[in-house]
Design a protein around this ligand. Sequence first.
Ligand SMILES: C[C@H](O)[C@H](O)[C@H]1CNC2=NC(N)=NC(=O)C2=N1
Length: 96
Amino acid sequence: MSDVLKDKELDQALKKCPEWEVSEDGKEISRTIEFEEFTEAIDCVNDIAEIAEEAQHHPDFDIRYSKVILRLTTHDEGGVTPADIEMAGRIDNLVD
Ligand SMILES: C[C@H](O)[C@H](O)[C@H]1CNC2=NC(N)=NC(=O)C2=N1
């Protein structure tokens, strides 16, 4: 059975991660983090990379100078699963 969260389950789960928003197609969640400098953005990506490796669950990163856009989805399932919510929470703990 698929682990993909239904719309209502996803809305409920994101109450704990209010910085994250659902994409238009509902298949991923994203968060944007802004820094003063490019090097801070890169440091943040490196920190997140460490926990992503540990969890074997990896966000997509879009680095735009001092801004980092993170996207999470479970590729194998074609949507957002509890693994994405857990990673979003771990990222929040790291950066907030
Ligand atoms: C085998 C390995 O665990 C899988 O390919 C993992 C790797 N990291 C992953 N990361 C994310 N975000 N989604 C996945 O479906 C995924 N799959």
